[in-house]
Design a protein around this ligand. Structure first.
Ligand SMILES: [Zn+2]
Length: 84
């Protein structure tokens, strides 16, 4: 049986990105979110954040301080993309 994932919503994606960046999502939800974005190539490609985002998550997991810089990078990448 497939894991229960919340319905993917590309518009919700940006909101969730911010929640994850702010550390507002508990680890379980963060993991769900990571699986969620990996299901949607559109989001990853549209926002060009796949690599940065994964770096951010990895840094977070390892509790590295460089995540602040990555966070800013992701925010500017997400915000600089016009709606298509
Ligand atoms: Zn999407």
């Amino acid at each position: 049986m497939d894991q229960q994932l919340p319905k993917h919503d590309c518009r919700n994606f940006v909101k969730k990105v911010f929640l994850v960046l702010d550390g507002e999502l508990p680890e379980t939800e963060r993991n769900l979110f990571i699986m969620d974005i990996q299901r949607c190539k559109g989001c990853l490609e549209h926002f060009h954040i796949e690599k940065t985002f994964k770096d951010f998550i990895a840094a977070k997991v390892e509790r590295k301080d460089c995540s602040e810089k990555l966070k800013q990078t992701i925010i500017s990448q997400v915000q600089s993309n016009p709606e298509t």
